[in-house]
Design a protein around this ligand. Structure first.
Ligand code: OGA
Ligand code: NI
Length: 366
């Protein structure tokens, strides 16, 4: 397997934001997707107005704070159904302050508004991906996505280095710290809920992720305006390689699409101050595919830029993960071979986003 442990990208990096601001009428060839991958090759707009066609919206209020046992059971059931049928759901009343969410989005907007030279100080490399980046994958000549991003580590503590986080805007590092702290807390609660729903002991998933050594990182996506949005994607189809993702999108601009079947994508309508939760490949593996990590992608548009904060809650890199013994039986043998997350994520970091090809390739030979 190719290895991303190198300091240089295979080609000079172009900032998508700079391309967008240059006012080009056409996008450069290397952002043009093959016809089968373009947004218009599916029902981009069909069903958009159909309120049925959205991921479940779940109110966590009763579960996290209340005493109503019946309500708690109902909420647990809603989450169970969402994990099985969608792999994606939105949560409200999740305990993270709405002002903090708004502030985090606003600070990151300010960061991306800085002149490119100031952001360039944080330019990343494929060795760790930490910092300001504009591509995922190191294949020379690859077709690229229409986004810039900032990637940073929050956990484990040994990887956290706030000096690598943006110094501007001034409140930025503090807000990243508080936001990450709160989102990690929420992830911990969700891990318990998922464990119980899977019929496992409450602490199972957290332990499998490495307990105190669980990983957490943030990828802030910036999708500039695009003069030819029908030819490209902000982020190509992929499933998240880690454990679980909590996404905070800019609720005013649609962009995220979740795969429903071979030809259909559902455009998510974000609720105000909701997090979009999705199952990653590692929970698919641990749950022996009771829960699936579902493919998703991002479309762009010509009128408005879009920002999103993806928070990835991941297993510690050097632990071997495999399907929970409790979920393996003669009728349902282990579907995946054991692997560490470090080994696993080399694939996306080398090849870039490629649908669900990786977790499928882990399937045990029969
Ligand atoms: C991601 C992702 C979706 C979005 O960063 O993995 O899927 O809406 N982002 O930006
Ligand atoms: Ni994703």
């Amino acid at each position: 397997m190719n290895c991303p442990q190198q300091d240089c990208w295979p080609e000079p990096i172009t900032r998508v934001q700079s391309l967008s601001e240059s006012g080009l009428p056409c996008i450069p060839e290397r952002y043009v997707k093959p016809p089968s991958e373009r947004p218009s090759s599916s029902n981009k707009m069909d069903g958009c107005d159909d309120p049925e066609d959205n991921i479940p919206l779940i109110d966590l209020g009763g579960l996290l704070g209340g005493k109503d046992e019946e309500l708690k059971r109902q909420t647990m059931d809603q989450i169970s159904v969402a994990c099985r049928e969608w792999g994606f759901f939105q949560v409200v009343n999740h305990g993270v302050r709405p002002e903090l969410m708004t502030q985090a989005l606003e600070d990151w907007r300010q960061f991306f508004k800085l002149p490119v030279e100031e952001k360039q100080v944080y330019a990343n490399s494929p060795r760790t991906y930490e910092g300001y980046g504009s591509r995922l994958g190191i294949e020379k000549g690859a077709i690229l996505d229409w986004n810039d991003y900032f990637y940073l580590h929050y956990l484990p503590r040994s990887l956290k280095d706030p000096n690598k986080w943006p110094a501007l805007p001034l409140s930025g590092r503090e807000v990243i710290e508080e936001y990450s702290f709160e989102v990690v807390k929420l992830c911990g609660k969700l891990m318990k809920i998922l464990s119980v729903n899977l019929g496992l002991e409450e602490g199972y998933l957290q332990r499998a992720f490495g307990g105190e050594e669980t990983g957490a990182c943030m990828r802030v996506n910036f999708y500039p305006k695009c003069p030819q949005p029908d030819l490209t994607l902000g982020l190509s189809s992929h499933s998240d390689p880690g454990g679980m993702t909590l996404l905070l999108p800019d609720a005013s601009v649609p962009g995220l699409q979740v795969r429903r079947d071979e030809r259909h994508w559902v455009t998510i309508k974000p609720s105000p101050h909701a997090f979009i939760v999705n199952i990653g490949d590692q929970i698919q593996v641990l749950s022996n595919a009771e829960y699936k990590s579902v493919e998703h992608r991002v479309i762009v548009n010509s009128g408005t830029e879009r920002i999103s904060i993806a928070f990835f809650y991941n297993p510690r890199g050097d632990l071997v993960l495999e399907p929970a013994k409790e979920l393996v039986s003669e009728d349902r043998p282990a579907l995946y071979q054991p692997m560490t997350f470090n080994e696993y994520r080399t694939y996306i970091r080398t090849s870039g986003p490629r649908g669900k090809s990786q977790v499928e390739s882990l399937k045990s030979p029969r």
